[in-house]
Design a binder for this molecule. Structure first.
Ligand SMILES: [Zn+2]
Length: 107
């Protein structure tokens, strides 16, 4: 890939200017675009934990979580045309989303 190298304004990584948008690398674009859905996912995930401890019906909340993950996947696909890269981004975002409950719980 030829072109000018620039520093991403969010994470400082050096990337080709052709891969940036508003001065941000693809990773940061993805992270920002799914930020609200990740919050939503974390909220549902905590709710499900609560349901589990109460032996409540978790079917509906499970569907909501699946739907949120679908929407995250959808947004990533819009930003990342390469399928394999998109999957990789999705995996990372979901791991981060599912991991969030631990940091919140630990506070
Ligand atoms: Zn970045």
């Amino acid at each position: 890939m030829s072109g000018i190298l620039v520093f991403c304004r969010d994470c400082g990584k050096q990337v080709a200017s052709t891969q940036t948008k508003d001065g941000r690398c693809l990773d940061c674009q993805v992270r920002r675009s799914v930020a609200d859905l990740r919050e939503e996912h974390a909220r549902l995930w905590r709710k499900r934990e609560r349901y589990r401890s109460q032996n409540a019906n978790m079917e509906q909340i499970g569907r909501q979580i699946a739907r949120t993950e679908d929407r995250i996947a959808q947004r990533i696909k819009e930003l990342v045309p390469n399928d394999r890269e998109a999957v990789e981004h999705l995996r990372r975002e979901l791991e981060a989303a599912r991991g969030q409950r631990y940091t919140i719980k630990g506070v």
